[in-house]
Design a protein around this ligand. Sequence first.
Ligand SMILES: [Cu+2]
Length: 157
Amino acid sequence: MRQRRTASVTRPSPLAQCPPSSDDRDRPTVRLAAVAVGLAALAAACGGGGGSSAEAPPGCTTADGQTLTVIGTDKLKFDQECYTVGSGQVTFDYKLSPESNQIHDLRIDGQAGLFLEIDALTREAVGSVGLAPGRYDLFCSISGHREAGMEAELFIS
Ligand SMILES: [Cu+2]
């Protein structure tokens, strides 16, 4: 059995390595997507137009006009993982799925202007908030729900 010499020097890898990041999330694909969105935002900003600053990925559910329907389920999920809607005043029509017996709420990370709590009788909550173009995180703030997966991307175009 050979032992490693304690004097051995750790040589740098010949492969270029990314510098250490303060972002300790362990989801590289998400981070790459965020970088891509950031680059797209920069490109749009450099274009000088008043257009979109965040491109929704293919398959992202598009709202009907300025009203976005979001459904919360008993599986601690929203009905979609991605929603897109135009900028300006956005109305959220938040509902419980038919089989759901759990109450949920709906918030947008960093946007205090929206806080919807499902009414137990009507099983619905409706509210509006003004949103600038960009990418946001929708989530349910009831303890443990976001951690369990109750979050979704929101793209404002
Ligand atoms: Cu919830």
